[in-house]
Design a protein. Structure first.
Lengths: 140, 388
């Protein structure tokens, strides 16, 4: 674990996604939810890619998930972990795992929402859940 | 309507350069086009259909540069799979009477331009809806593919040593290719002992970065028979796209699971009939997953299938990438699809290097994967070719 963070390539929001990034800046993960089919999707879209309905809206994620796959980028000035996290709401989200031992990540590990700030905003990322040790890390 | 037997590959050319700072991009396309047309015994004046993808400086620009007079144009962009997909599209256009001599070109100079191909986010278009949900997190080609490898290992017990066999086989073939970037034979220990780039992929699990190019000429049956070249017939071609399905991400299978069976059905053959396979090899895991998806073994069995030299020509059951592939020979423009078709045609003609030529090679497959990675948007193009 270290306190050095990698250089973040800032996102370029557009009218469809501005609310996602402003929510992230305020410490929330905004997921797109479809009132028609009752499912969340990610990345967020105005038209539901699962059922074509336009009855979509933002809903705040509860903030829990589980690592579906991870990889530590070793060939970088500051090594970092990318991951697909399976959100408790359903979708898998491409993100980072931070505040962790990069050599101790495991598929199935419980993670919790965190934010990594950059100039002008924040990225929704994840860190090992505090109850992880008690929960049985081998589940996946 | 099927394209089975409606078109032939008459000309191929792989540009010999692997580093070309002294040449322009259009020039590399043109030298490749000229090489393939000379191979076929045709000229620019014979071409009436042209196919290129995102590596070209523009489709209309290339048509003008080459001085072509066309009645069919196709600039379908599907990453490294584009050129195999173009062969299928060319066969469709020829079958429909829209053209009779189709030229497909590829070229690029990532090595001269110092592109950090796999290890930094590559952004082609800021308006692309995916970019802001991937690049800020440091998603790159290599760590996205690495997550497919990680998940495959988790689900099926695949090991780094098994993946390494894919590179080992490619290196056995590359030693005979004077143009290959990496000609040294490597061992499983060399691969797993090379530096980790993105867990669990090592440096030697990754393809080369090379300048270069290539071209393919596809013609109608009457023209094919008038040329003094071996007859290599297109008998099956299919394409498919797989993506992240709004978050229902699947990392351990590719669009080849869809394009493969469709191409086999069109060709009327099965995986066990195949004598030689060109399989896209941006990373070792890319090849392993396609081998499963194309039906050469069951899902999850790929690690065992590729082990112990099973992909080495003259040794194993499925000789693959006998030019050394992208892992050792060439990955021009960061796109390995076109060279996959070229080596398949060489094998069917009996023009592969004698040390790697498959005996009685009358049926070959070439598969390409292009786009982002296996869990998100990518295309697979499958081509089945037969020597007549």
């Amino acid at each position: 674990m270290n306190g050095v963070s990698r250089e973040i390539l800032a996102p370029t929001p557009n009218p469809e996604t501005a609310a996602f990034w402003s929510a992230a800046g305020e410490g929330r993960l905004a997921l797109r939810y479809c009132r028609s089919c009752g499912r969340h999707h990610h990345y967020p879209r105005a038209i539901c890619p699962l059922c074509m309905s336009d009855a979509t809206e933002w809903r705040a994620a509860a903030g829990g998930g589980r690592i579906h796959a991870w990889s530590v980028m070793r060939r970088a000035p500051v090594p970092y972990a990318v991951a697909y996290v399976e959100l408790d709401e359903g979708p898998l989200m491409l993100t980072n795992i931070v505040n962790c031992d990069l050599d101790a990540l495991r598929i199935g590990q419980r993670v919790t929402l965190a934010f990594q700030r950059f100039e002008g905003g924040a990225l929704p990322v994840f860190e090992p859940a505090p109850e992880q040790a008690a929960e049985g890390a081998d589940r996946s | 309507m099927s394209i089975r037997g409606r078109a032939y590959v008459a000309g191929i050319y792989e540009h010999p350069t692997r580093k070309a700072p002294e040449k322009s991009l259009a020039q590399l396309h043109a030298e490749s086009a000229r090489g393939a047309l000379l191979d076929a015994g045709l000229t620019f004046a014979d071409v009436d259909g042209y196919f290129c993808a995102g590596d070209a400086p523009g489709a209309l620009q290339m048509v003008e540069y080459l001085g072509l007079k066309l009645r069919h144009l196709d600039s379908t962009e599907a990453g490294g799979a584009s050129y195999l997909l173009h062969v299928g599209h060319a066969a469709q256009a020829i079958a429909a009477g829209k053209c009779s001599v189709a030229l497909i070109t590829l070229a690029g100079r990532p090595r001269s331009e110092g592109v950090a191909t796999g290890t930094t986010p590559r952004i082609y278009n800021l308006a692309s809806p995916d970019v802001q949900f991937e690049a800020p997190f440091g998603a790159t080609v290599v760590n996205l593919y690495a997550m497919s490898a990680m998940r495959h290992m988790h689900e099926y017990g695949t090991t780094g040593e098994q993946l390494a066999w894919i590179k080992v086989a490619a290196s056995h073939h590359a030693q005979h290719n004077p143009n290959a970037m990496l000609r040294d034979v490597v061992t499983v220990e060399d691969v797993v002992g090379s530096p980790v780039i993105a867990d669990p992929l090592h440096r030697l699990d990754c393809c080369v970065i090379s300048d270069g190019g290539g071209a393919i000429v596809v013609v109608d049956p009457a023209i094919a028979r008038s040329l003094k070249r071996p007859l290599v017939k297109v008998i099956g071609a299919a394409e498919a796209v797989k993506h992240s399905w709004g978050g229902d991400v699947a990392l351990t299978w590719s669009a080849a699971a869809i394009s493969g069976p469709a191409a086999f059905a069109e060709a009327g053959v099965k995986p066990s009939d195949i004598k030689y396979a060109s399989i896209y090899d941006s990373f070792t895991i890319t090849t392993l997953i396609q081998i499963e998806d194309l039906g050469f073994c069951a899902k999850g069995e790929g690690g065992r299938f590729v082990s112990d030299g099973n992909l080495i020509s003259g040794v194993g059951r499925l000789p693959f990438n006998t030019d050394g592939g992208g892992l050792c020979n060439n990955h021009p423009a960061n796109r390995g699809g076109l060279t996959k078709a070229i080596e398949a045609v060489r094998q069917l003609r009996g023009e592969a290097h004698p040390a790697v030529q498959v005996r009685n090679c009358d049926l070959a497959i070439a598969n390409g994967i292009g786009g982002s990675a296996l869990g998100n948007r990518h295309a697979s193009a499958t081509l089945i070719l037969e020597r007549e």
